[in-house]
Design a protein around this ligand. Structure first.
Ligand code: GCW
Length: 654
């Protein structure tokens, strides 16, 4: 039986799956072979497309003349599919049902192209098995963080005012969008697990089960963030010690209940001993002990625990120059390499600090050959414009995934999971800024193929979302937008300089005398953090050669990371030939000019973009420009005042 396609609620943007995207399939005669829920989903998709565009679809019939065959021979969970075209017929074959679903969405991307000429058989399979979106959604509205922590897209898609939403049709639509870009798992609550959210594991597991049901037809498995202190908070035990027998029993029983409610449950996500969350340190145990406790409870069901490596001292004394937050993940976790269970995955932020516009790749990636690793990215634009600024992160992620630590695969290839903190919410455009949908889409496709060209992915997204007319303009607006954002914000990899708390807009010294370990050390002579081995914190030495050497010296360190690794005088000459101070002035003027240009290009697309989308983006550009000018003027004036060095070009500084 075909499963009906979820209905887009009134006023909600269709994103990258507008009806037109299904025209090529909907005009054909299709034969579907196979059985099971996901095959029913595929059948429903094709049937709806045919109803709209005049084609036809039959299931398990004898071969009649047809243009497209979608054939699943096995019943496993395999995600690969093979596409070919011969004798006027396009065929997708898969050994597993998930593969058939991915094959369908691949055809959607190809459009008419899929039905032209001949095509040799080619098998597509994801490079990374676990491709997850973590939602930092709270069930109950948090007094400071609201419904969604670092969310810039309205409320949560799942939760409202302390409960699961009654109508989950929109979650079904979301599941469909995610499947269409390659995502196969979702975590439905914040890694900061507050009191109400802790209960999702036990008495409120029914809510999670309902959400899991909405995701299931699109092949997406549900994961849950849990509190390490759950045995105390929920079980009434007096300890959460991972080596305590009662604690182990408690997790086993709780996990059995979870699987009774959600048989295809994906697993747990844990933020432990981090920014105030409970963890194994309280009992003198290691993070491997902690992770293995949950891994053991999940193992009988095939579940996975993702354990976050974001562990650092968030109560640092700013006077203390010996502690370096960038070192923390490596220092904590590398000694534990080889100790984690087979179904434990260490989830590492792609940079050593915290999702800044420019960071080096975390040295932990590549340094733990005996541990399964997942790389965490941030689609939600906490430090990259909060979805008020157009900032397409594809090139940044791609650079990180292609980074090759010495002696291993590139980061994308050594990962067992790719994770993004979701930027989607209840906003009618899903992501607040309609162009931020490109980040969600790009993440999914890069997770499937970390070596893919991000610009080609951007073009796919534009084609599906906008059609051909405005394509060139939208590409011009987004392609360089990450580098533009970098130009008008914190320079040369130094990071932060944001307003404390909410992290939007400039405040050069906002975190300079704070406990968070995020400093730039600007004085009248120079700026930057000395992380060299010779004279600094030694962080550069956490990399294997050649990177340790490249980063150790200002002479070989790439310009864009210079201030991350070194403290240099304002007159230091970059590889570009400019001094640091002149680079700061120039990039800040350029960044604002680039926003002005992008805004103009967007303005010229009024005829070819639908009016609601056009208006929303126009409104966001006004704010982006205002904010970019604020960044430019604060940063430039700050450094003029500190250094006393005038702008070579005599532009207005304050
Ligand atoms: O960047 C920081 C964010 C916190 C977040 C934390 C984390 C969920 O400001 O909001 O908490 O990182 O990644 O755990």
């Amino acid at each position: 039986m075909p499963l009906p396609v979820p209905v887009l609620p009134d006023g909600v943007d269709p994103a990258w799956l507008p009806p037109a995207a299904f025209e090529a399939i909907g005009r054909r005669r299709t034969l579907i072979r196979g059985s099971g829920l996901l095959v029913d989903t595929v059948h429903g998709e094709v049937a709806e497309a045919c109803a709209r565009f005049g084609g036809s679809v039959v299931r398990d019939a004898s071969p009649e003349p047809c243009d497209l065959v979608l054939d699943v021979s096995g019943t496993d969970d395999g995600e690969a599919f093979t596409l070919k075209r011969a004798e006027g017929r396009t065929t997708v074959t898969a050994s597993g049902r998930h593969g058939l679903l991915h094959g369908l969405f691949h055809l959607v991307r190809l459009g008419e192209e899929a039905f032209r000429g001949e095509r040799a058989a080619h098998t597509h399979r994801p490079a990374v098995a676990l491709r997850v979106l973590d939602h930092w959604d709270n069930v109950a509205v948090h007094p400071v963080m609201g419904q969604v922590e670092r969310g810039y897209s309205g409320g949560s898609l799942f939760w409202r005012d302390g409960r699961a939403r009654g109508d989950l049709e929109r979650v079904r639509v979301y599941a469909r969008l995610l499947a269409a870009c390659g995502i196969n798992a979702v975590t439905v609550n914040n890694v900061n697990v507050h009191a109400t959210e802790a209960r999702l594991l036990t008495e409120r597991i029914g809510d999670v089960a309902r959400i899991a049901e909405a995701f299931r037809p699109y092949g997406i498995r549900t994961h849950l963030s849990v509190s390490f202190a759950a045995p105390i908070l929920l079980g009434g035990l007096d300890t959460a010690d991972p080596l305590d027998h009662g604690v182990r029993r408690w997790w086993e029983r709780a996990t059995a209940e979870v699987y009774a409610a959600i048989p295809d449950f994906g697993g747990y996500l844990v933020k432990a001993d981090s920014e105030g969350q409970p963890g194994p340190f309280a009992y003198g145990r290691s993070h491997a002990d902690g992770a293995n406790l949950l891994a053991a409870a999940l193992a009988p069901y095939g579940g996975t625990v993702r354990w976050r490596a974001f562990v650092y001292d968030h109560r640092q004394d700013w006077r203390d120059r010996s502690t370096d937050r960038a070192r923390a993940a490596y220092d904590h976790f590398v000694p534990l390499d080889g100790e984690f269970a087979a179904n434990a995955v260490l989830q590492v932020k792609h940079g050593p600090m915290d999702f800044q516009v420019r960071e080096p790749v975390s040295p932990l990636l590549g340094a733990m050959p005996g541990t399964r690793l997942a790389v965490e990215m941030q689609a939600t634009q906490e430090y990259t414009g909060q979805q008020r600024h157009a900032c397409w992160l594809g090139p940044m992620w791609s650079e990180a995934l292609r980074f090759r630590p010495e002696g291993t695969d590139p980061v994308g290839g050594l990962s067992d999971g790719l994770v993004a903190v979701s930027n989607a919410g209840a906003d009618p455009f899903w992501t607040g800024h309609p162009l931020a949908q490109s980040n969600l889409y790009t993440f999914g496709r890069l997770a499937w193929d970390p070596g893919a060209d991000p610009l080609a992915i951007l073009d796919d997204w534009i084609g599906l979302t906008f059609g051909p007319d405005p394509a060139e303009g939208v590409r011009a607006v987004l392609a360089g937008s990450w580098r533009t954002y970098e130009k008008y914000t914190a320079p040369l990899g130094v990071g932060f300089m944001v307003q404390p708390g909410h992290h939007y807009g400039p405040s050069v010294d906002g975190y300079e005398y704070s406990p968070w370990g995020t400093y730039h050390f600007a004085d009248r002579d120079g700026i930057g953090v000395d992380r060299s081995v010779a004279t600094g914190t030694g962080y550069a030495g956490q990399y294997a050669k050649p990177w340790a050497e490249v980063y150790e010296s200002p002479a070989s360190c790439p310009d864009e990371l210079l201030l991350f690794f070194h403290h240099v005088p304002y007159g230091h000459v970059l590889h570009s030939g400019k001094t640091v101070i002149q680079h700061i002035y120039d990039t800040h003027f350029e960044g604002v000019e680039e926003v002005e240009e992008a805004r103009e290009v967007w303005g010229s697309l009024g005829q070819s973009v639908d009016p609601e989308r056009h208006a929303r983006v126009t409104e966001r550009f006004a704010e982006q420009l205002r904010c970019a000018r604020e960044w430019r003027d604060q940063i430039n004036s700050y450094f003029l005042r500190k250094s006393g060095v005038p702008d070579e070009r005599g532009r207005a500084l304050y």
